[in-house]
Design a protein around this ligand. Structure first.
Ligand SMILES: [Mn+2]
Length: 345
């Protein structure tokens, strides 16, 4: 038997000292980090050595940082979350493979960063996406114009507008200990309050800067130590197009599975909303045959206020081309199934 375990949106932060009146702005709390560490221990103790763990992005978070603080390095973040790091080391030491996929909140993480933390262990790997046995997994931010990796002269340091919005959201949280909602939800709310005129992206940006109490001259401290003002950011991203449907990646999963016949299961993260559902598609090659099924799954999140969830794919031991996929939860140290599907490839 062979298993693949997918989890995402862990959002480990730098856990910097809280000096009153500043509040803790990290999305992953200390207790949640411990809970995740014990989950990794459970996997190590209960699963076979050929089990693979795929971390589907936003595992670290160097975006959630108040505008006037220097953003953390990935090494600072790993160092602040020893429960998670030692949990992953346990898996690697047993001989299991662990893959980190790119997310938006950890966009410029690299294999070199992982090699430093995990002592060059060959079982840990960094990639943009994961493809195996009919499965396609990626974080999902590349379908979200607010949060995709940007190149070109309009982008500041290759970062999308969502980066600056995250910095403002962290600024507000550090001031008020306000709710730690995923950005797509915040953006959806801000978008719902729009009036005409500017592009949606810039209007959302304006609303969030105002909400965080940042005026046009406020200076973001950037990675590397330089600064950029709110009005410079506004000018740089004025043309950004935004779809307000980013809270639901199902249409993107459907498009992806239609374009690639070999893709039978699409696993995303990013939205923080757990899902397992079939994508019922007409088979264009054989329209007289019944519908054939592909599956969309979202691994959910491990941060505040939600029962942590993950996706498990099990290979059928009798039929090597059949995969069972389950949406699982990890509640009070117990793993249980929320829903399941199967597919052959
Ligand atoms: Mn994300």
């Amino acid at each position: 038997m062979s298993k693949r375990i997918f989890l995402s949106d862990i959002h480990m932060g730098p856990r910097r000292e809280v000096v009153s009146p500043r509040f803790d702005y990290d999305w992953l709390t200390k207790d949640e980090a411990k809970r995740l560490g014990s989950f990794f221990e459970y996997i190590k103790d209960n699963e076979a050595v050929d089990t693979e763990v795929i971390l589907v992005g936003d595992i670290l978070d160097n975006w959630i940082c108040p505008y006037n603080e220097t953003p953390p390095s990935f090494q600072e973040i790993f160092g602040a979350n020893p429960e998670v790091v030692s949990g992953i080391k346990g898996l690697l030491d047993k001989g299991m493979k662990v893959t980190f996929l790119e997310g938006n909140h950890d966009m410029y993480l690299s294999q070199a960063d992982l090699d430093t933390v995990f002592d060059g262990n060959a079982n840990v790997r960094y990639a943009e996406s994961y493809t195996d046995r009919g499965i396609h997994a990626e974080h999902g931010h590349s379908f979200d114009p607010f949060n995709e990796k940007l190149q070109g002269e309009s982008a500041i340091q290759g970062l999308p507008l969502g980066y600056f919005i995250s910095r403002a959201v962290a600024t507000k949280q550090a001031k008020e200990d306000s709710s730690k909602e995923p950005l797509c939800e915040i953006i959806k709310k801000a978008g719902a309050a729009l009036v005409g005129g500017d592009s949606i992206a810039v209007s959302v940006f304006d609303a969030i800067m105002k909400d965080a109490g940042m005026d046009s001259t406020a200076e973001f401290v950037m990675p590397g130590g330089g600064v950029v003002t709110v009005s410079q950011v506004r000018a740089a991203y004025e043309g950004t197009a935004v779809e307000l449907s980013v809270a639901d990646l199902r249409p993107k999963a459907k498009a992806l599975s239609v374009a690639e016949d070999d893709v039978k299961l699409v696993v995303f993260g990013h939205t923080h909303g757990k899902v397992i559902d079939s994508l019922d598609l007409e088979n264009p090659a054989e329209p007289l045959l019944s519908e054939y099924t592909k599956v969309y799954a979202n691994s959910g999140t491990w941060v505040k206020g939600k029962v942590p969830t993950y996706i498990e794919v099990k290979v059928d031991t009798r039929d090597n081309h059949l995969n069972y996929i389950s949406l699982m939860k990890w509640d009070d140290g117990v793993a249980s199934k929320i829903g399941s599907r199967f597919f052959s490839f």
